[in-house]
Write a protein that binds this ligand. Structure first.
Ligand code: FAD
Length: 336
């Protein structure tokens, strides 16, 4: 396990690959700066638990590298001292659902999540992105670069996880940010896909967004293209674009903005929104054969992942901090 992690981590470094965070316009991209980045190796010492030596770093595995996994890793690095963070995922940008999103910040409704929580997550996300938009980095942010997990001392590992117990004893705590993958990984049958299809076109004269009242049809000018949407197909796992849906999107968008008849370089893109009646933000203590594995679940954002990501990532980091404190608390000595 140790060599596997180190081998894979090191193989990422020469690429100079950085994972960037969505800007207020919601662009999500990986952006190679063509330079080396410093990363810290995880302290992989199988069989050792942090509570045995309270000052050792707590080894945190964040599973998933979409907007949730990366923003959670960043929030943990900012809020919870004394952790080594490894982001483990079978897919990284540009292959995640988060890469497909239109990236518009609009409040979405989660029936099973208390309204005050949804408002708090949206406000924290909005404030975070608004601050970036008004910072000295705004110009650079507008061309996608905002921040990077490697910059924060986290390391990445490309690997599919079939069972969270695979991560024990190499890690002390696991954060589950696998989105739709949680259906299989943790057997959560409440999460399901809602397929969405978008068109990315060249229409540089379009400078303002247009969105119809239902939210199904929208035209959103980005930095390098204009996004035309959209579609919703509940329960559909098929990632292949449907030509009929593309024609329908183009026709609906042209009805809103007739000049789009002149758009060119039309590219279709498909993603599966990880739908759930409520976002799962929850601690769970797994137990098997006398072993324990604390897990923080952070998934199920459906259509609103970008709109909520910073607020829910902060909350996931707070839950992780509670797990860290519990690990650092010495077990009571047995009375003789
Ligand atoms: P993902 O991006 O799917 O990331 C999950 C990660 O987990 C991936 O890296 C995956 O490889 C990894 N993973 C899964 N299972 C495993 C496993 N077993 N082992 C290892 N790794 C695993 N939201 C908005 O707020 N505004 C919008 O305008 C908007 N538009 C959208 C348009 C479309 C067409 C779509 C499809 C979505 C849109 N969304 C929008 C929603 C947003 O994209 C999602 O809510 C968000 O991307 C979910 O992020 P995530 O990190 O939870 O999931």
């Amino acid at each position: 396990m140790e060599s596997l992690i180190r081998g894979n981590v090191l193989s990422h470094v020469p690429n100079g690959k950085q994972f960037c965070f969505p800007f207020v316009t919601g662009h999500w991209t990986s952006h190679s700066l063509g330079k080396q980045v410093l990363v810290a190796e995880p302290s992989v010492v199988p069989g050792r638990l942090c509570r045995d030596r309270p000052m050792d770093p707590v080894r945190v595995a964040v599973v998933g590298a979409g907007v949730m996994g990366l923003s959670t890793a960043l929030c943990i690095s900012k809020l919870v001292p004394g952790c080594s963070i490894t982001v483990i995922s079978d897919k990284f940008s540009p292959e995640t659902t988060s890469d497909v999103a239109a990236g518009i910040l609009i409040p979405h409704v989660y029936p099973d999540t208390p309204t005050h929580k949804q408002k708090q997550w949206f406000r924290e996300t909005f404030d975070h992105l608004w601050a970036i938009a008004n910072s000295a980095d705004a110009r650079e942010a507008a061309v996608h670069l905002v921040s990077g997990v490697k910059e924060s001392g986290a390391v990445t590992l490309t690997r599919r996880i079939e069972d969270l117990w695979e991560l024990q004893p190499s890690f002390d705590i696991v954060v589950n940010c696998t989105g739709l993958g949680s259906r299989q990984l943790v057997g959560d049958l409440e999460i399901y896909p809602v397929k969405g299809q978008l068109l990315k076109v060249q229409a540089p004269w379009v400078k303002h967004f247009i969105r119809d009242g239902s939210g199904l049809t929208y035209i959103f000018p980005g930095v390098s293209n204009v996004i035309l949407g959209g579609s919703r197909q509940s329960g559909d796992w098929n990632l292949t674009p449907d030509a009929e849906i593309s024609r329908d999107i183009l026709s609906r968008c042209c009805a809103l903005e007739p000049s789009l008849h002149g758009a060119w370089d039309i590219k279709e893109t498909v993603g599966l929104r990880p739908y759930r009646a409520g976002v799962r933000l929850q601690k769970e203590l797994l137990a098997r054969d006398g072993r324990r594995l604390p897990v923080v679940h952070h998934y199920g954002h459906g259509s609103g992942g970008f709109s909520m990501h910073w607020g829910t990532a902060l909350e996931a980091a707070r839950l992780l901090n509670e797990c860290v404190q519990a690990l650092r608390t010495p077990a009571p000595k047995p009375k003789i």
